[in-house]
Every structure is written in C-alpha cells, then in structure tokens.
Design a protein around this ligand. Structure first.
Ligand SMILES: Cc1ncc(COP(=O)(O)O)c(C=O)c1O
Length: 478
C-alpha cells in the first residue's frame, strides 16, 4: 500500500461524506422497515449463492453499491414482521454509540484505555445489581455475549465453591453443575470447556410446563454425589431459550443454600424483566442468587453484542481470573474496579457501556420496562388468538415473548404433521415477508416466534396466521 492510500483511508472529508450518505441510507432503512413498507424481512438466498455473489462483488461489483447490497442481503430486525431469533431491533441511537466505540477504539482492558466508558460500565452494572436486589457490595462487568458471561460466572463459581484450586492445580476430583435440560446449550458448552465432561453436567428434567422440575433437584444431586462428583453450582434459566419459560428461582435458591452451591441465573433473554413493573415477579428469588447474566442485545434494544454479568458479592468478580499480566495490571490495595481486564475473560473489548448509558441518559430505565412489558403482553394476546383458531395449537402458555405453536389438522399422523410444519417454515423463509424460526419439543415440531419488535402488533400476527393457513392448504392438496 502506498502512503497515499493510507492518507485517503484516513481522510476526515471522506469519512464525513460517506458517513452522511450512510446515515441517510440507514435512516431510510429504519423508516421503511419499521413502517412495514419494506415488504420483505429477509431476501432468502442459498449459502453457496450468497458466497458466489460476494466473491464476484469483490472483483466486479460497484463499490457504490456496497451498503445497498448489505441492506438487501441481511435480515431486517426492525421490520415488525421479524418474529424470529432473540436479537433486538437496536434503538438507532445505540448504532451511533457503536460507531463512536468503533472509531475511538479504546480497548477497555485497563482504565487509561477507556476512562469514560469504564466509569459508565460501573454505573450501569451498579444499577443492574440494585435492580436485581443485591446489596452495596455487588459489582458487575460487561462482556461480549451471554455465552461468554455464563462461562465467566461458572469460573467464578468454581473458584468460590470447589474444594480444590483448579485454576492453579488442575482437576483432582470430578466436579459438576446442575442445570435444566432445557437450558441454553452454552451452559453445557461452558461445563465441557471447564473439563467436567458429560458426567459433570447434571441435567435436571423439566416438568410439563418446560420449567426445571425442582422436585427432582434433591434426587439428581444425591445421585451425582454418590457417583463421586463434587457439585458446586446450580443454574436457573430466566427464561430457557426454546420455550421462554422461567424456572422457579425461589425454590432453586433455597436448594442452593441448603447445599452451599453457587446459584447462577442465566437471564440472558429475560433478565431484563427486572425493569418491568408487571413482569418482574417472574424473577422472584433472583435476589438470592450469586450471579446473573443479562444480554443488552436481546430485550434491551442494544446492538450485538453486549452482556452484563452481575455478582452479588463483587469480591468474586475480582478473584475469578487471578493471573498476572504485569505490563497491564498493577497490584493495588484499594478495589481497582476500573481495570476491567482483571475481571473479564476478554482483554480488549468494545466500549459497549456507551449503549447502556445513552439509553439511561436519554430515555431512562422506564424504556426497558416498556419494551419488556409491551412484548410480553403481545405474546399473551397472540396466544389467545391462536387458541381461538382450531387450525393452530399452542405448545404452552407463554411466560415471556417466546411463543411456540403449530398448524394442526385432524387425522394427520405426528410424522406428517411434523413434516407439514417444517415445510411451512421453509416456505415462509423463502417467501421472506415474515421471519420466524422453529423448534422441536417432545418430538413435536413447532413454529417458534420471539416477539422482539415493539412495533409488531396483533394485526401483523394475524396476517402471519393467514399466511400459514394458505401455505398449509397448498401442501395438504399437493
Ligand atoms: C437463555 C440464554 N442463555 C444464553 C444465550 C447465549 O447468549 P449470546 O447469544 O449472547 O451468547 C442465549 C441465546 O439465545 C439464551 O437464550
């Protein structure tokens, strides 16, 4: 690269010009998607075709078309007909904090490399600790995603509760954690990464409502202990991913206390309900946990990826990774809450606290209450509409904004019904007007919606049902 190329790469004029054009394009995109005038939520393309498109674009594409093509070839979370995976349509202001973070690029591992965002991180995580119901000694961190945050929480739990010092001496005795069989797969993965093996992930069956069956906790605990496993933690889901059902955290907390286990709450999806006056009761017992994970990019309208991990006793967050990197980190007598790298898995991370802080500053915590409440209310309303229609069957009454249902017709075997619902989902994906996903529960294939967009209305969902019926009829006659 010539020096000239570098000069042009860094020119502020070029940045201003491209940036202004791009903001106009994105503002138009947000307008067209939220208003629903963009007809498609997804322009489905087969992976190999997409790969070939971008290979060709790199050689022959017009660079002026780059942004337009990206918008055309991605899934539009701002479309009210986006009812698929658990990622938020980010509040546009948080796209701007993302831009600031990317441009300033303060790496956040030590205080000097992100002074303001470090202070903002302390303020936002302190607020979350307070909303959870923890005391003054609570501390938290922000990290890149629920997966990493759950792993970090379990590492802290092991440090605090396991009899041996695995961090320095390695494993000398089999360790294990207890978790619902419906928990997100990242908990299982974390346990495998930590070396517990299959036997160290004690999966507690769910009840008929898909919540962890707390009446089985004792039995599964004793079985593991009798097999020589030192169980040190139990994880509650708030809620679990497939069905959106909250575990009864109060009972899990009592069980954890009885056996001196670390109680971790995976609230990646629905921990945000601590802000909802109407739905915070779902999290009853969370205040008795040792740690909680809440994703900003799910129910809190932020862009991927930002997750809060909050500890009841902040001390644990400081001792999880006692590993020296002397050039970065100096030992201090006072609590150095401001050197994030000591407490996160990551070294460098983005200035993600800007998203949390700007929403609090500009809209206040009420906006989180509104978002959760509107979306959970909508799922209940949708459930009623589905129940009133004989062509549909609900898997279970929703507790959150995740809702599983299927198209049903009399005299169809389970196998055929599963195939029919699978075909419906594929047809909807290829059609692209709506975006929803699917799951299997007890061998039954369901369509799965997560109502992430506060601009989705019951009318949109009725249109979805109409579309599913048309689709089903087409498959049934063919
Ligand atoms: C309950 C739960 N935990 C953890 C995760 C993983 O979080 P992330 O995607 O932020 O890594 C998810 C993601 O859907 C989830 O639903």
């Amino acid at each position: 690269m010539h020096k000239n190329s570098l000069d042009s790469l860094y020119t502020s004029e070029g940045f201003r010009e491209t940036g202004q054009e791009l903001i106009n394009l994105l503002a138009e995109h947000v307008h067209n998607t939220t208003s629903g005038s963009n007809q498609k939520t997804i322009n489905w393309n087969l992976p190999d075709n997409e790969l070939n498109f971008w290979k060709d674009f790199l050689k022959n594409g017009d660079k002026n078309d780059f942004w337009k093509e990206v918008l055309k070839r991605t899934t539009h979370t701002h479309n009210p007909k986006y009812v698929g995976h658990q990622v938020a349509p980010p509040a546009p202001i948080t796209a701007l904090t993302g831009l600031v973070s990317s441009l300033l690029n303060n790496g956040m591992a030590v205080y000097e490399m992100g002074m303001s965002p470090t202070a903002m991180e302390r303020i936002t995580t302190d607020l979350l600790g307070q909303k959870i119901g923890y005391g003054e000694s609570s501390r938290g961190i922000l990290t890149s995603g629920g997966t990493l945050a759950n792993l970090t929480a379990l590492l802290a739990a092991r440090k605090a509760k396991a009899k041996q010092d695995v961090w320095t001496q390695g494993h000398t005795q089999p360790l294990g954690i207890m978790v619902s069989e419906e928990a997100h797969y990242c908990v299982d993965r974390a346990a495998k990464i930590m070396g517990f093996g299959e036997q160290g992930i004690i999966k507690v069956p769910v009840d008929s409502n898909f919540a962890m069956d707390n009446s089985k906790l004792e039995e599964y605990y004793q079985k593991a202990v009798n097999n020589g496993i030192q169980v040190f933690a139990v994880v509650g889901s708030a809620p679990s991913t497939a069905t959106g059902i909250y575990d009864d955290l109060e009972t899990v907390a009592r069980f954890a206390e009885k056996y001196n286990l670390w109680f971790h709450v995976d609230g990646a999806h629905g921990g945000a309900a601590i802000f909802s006056k109407k739905y915070s009761h779902l999290l009853k017992g969370i205040e008795n946990s040792d740690s909680v994970v809440i994703d900003g990019h799910k129910m809190m309208m932020m862009p991927t990826i930002t997750t809060a991990l909050i500890f009841k006793d902040g001390e644990h967050s400081h001792t999880t990774f006692s590993q020296k990197a002397d050039y970065l980190l100096t030992e201090t007598d006072e609590e150095d809450w401001y050197n994030g790298g000591k407490r996160t898995f990551e070294c460098t991370k983005s200035m993600m606290s800007l998203h949390w802080y700007i929403l609090l500053k500009m809209y206040g915590e009420e906006v989180f209450d509104q978002n959760v409440t509107v979306l959970y209310d909508l799922a209940k309303e949708f459930a009623e509409v589905l129940k009133a229609n004989k062509s549909f069957e609900l898997a279970i009454e929703p507790m959150s904004n995740i809702l599983c249902f299927r198209y049903v017709t009399p005299d169809l075997s389970l196998e055929k019904s599963n195939r029919l619902n699978q075909s419906i989902r594929q047809e909807l994906l290829e059609d692209g007007e709506f975006y929803l996903v699917q799951t299997k529960l007890n061998g039954i294939h369901y369509l799965r919606t997560t109502l992430m967009n506060p601009f989705t209305t019951i009318e949109h969902l009725k249109l979805l049902m109409d579309k599913i019926e048309v689709c089903a009829e087409k498959f049934l006659v063919s």
